[in-house]
Design a protein. Structure first.
Length: 234
């Protein structure tokens, strides 16, 4: 991935946002929707302030259960964490929820659904086992950094692979942390939006650029890890 491609990707993300706002046929309607969203967030944050421990437990429990199922909720839950709890606490809670969800799926695949998962994944699982045997933890890390691979599917595959749980946990945490940080920041900024004009503010643009660039950077890192020569064995 060249610097030119990175710059083009960032420019495309900013240009797409600017064009959408410029061509939006009904900015008053958008402002009305934004106002309703802001009121909902304020209501939720008020409940959080009155029931802080319960809010934390409910968020973690919901993240763990929903994230362990084949539903695309991980991104939304991470955004919600940033919006309702702020950046740092939202990041910590979303990381904990993600790890709990990953471990639930991993353990279910390893101890309860081994046969079904092996039939479902077939030859792809054999390929993962070969990569784990050759590269160890780097194999999982490179896959975690591949945006096209669903979180749930990779947890299933790791559960029935030769990968040990003691390796799965820290590598998964390292692999998802950059994305969690960006999404938590996006959720925090979402909670602070009051006017449509705020969408083109510097913080929002910085988050959009980060979201645009991250898949490219992650893909580049994944390729570098895959190209890393295996260490000779004794």
């Amino acid at each position: 991935m060249t610097p030119l491609r990175i710059a083009l990707g960032a420019a495309a993300g900013v240009a797409a946002l600017a064009a959408a706002l410029w061509l939006w046929p009904s900015l008053p309607a958008l402002q009305s929707d934004l106002t309703r969203l802001h009121r909902m967030l304020e209501h939720g944050q008020g409940w959080r302030d009155r029931n802080h421990e319960l809010a934390v437990l409910a968020y973690l429990g919901g993240f763990a259960v929903l994230g362990a199922l084949p539903f695309p909720v991980v991104v939304l839950m991470t955004l919600a964490g940033g919006a309702f709890f702020g950046f740092w606490l939202g990041l910590v809670l979303s990381m904990l929820g993600t790890m709990m969800a990953a471990m639930l799926t991993f353990l279910a695949a390893r101890h309860l659904l081994t046969g079904q998962v092996r039939r479902l994944l077939g030859a792809r699982l054999d390929q993962l086992d070969r990569r784990v045997e050759a590269d160890g933890a780097l194999a999982l890390l490179s896959l975690r950094l591949t945006p096209a691979i669903p979180f749930f599917v990779l947890n299933l595959a790791a559960g029935v692979s030769a990968l040990a749980a003691r390796v799965f946990i820290p590598v998964t945490a390292a692999g998802v942390l950059p994305n969690k940080a960006i999404l938590s920041a996006a959720g925090t900024q979402l909670a602070e939006l009051d006017q449509v004009s705020d969408i083109v503010g510097p913080r929002i643009i910085a988050v959009i650029v980060a979201l645009t660039l991250f898949p490219w950077i992650a893909r580049w890192l994944s390729r570098r890890l895959r190209r890393r020569p295996a260490e000779p064995t004794a």
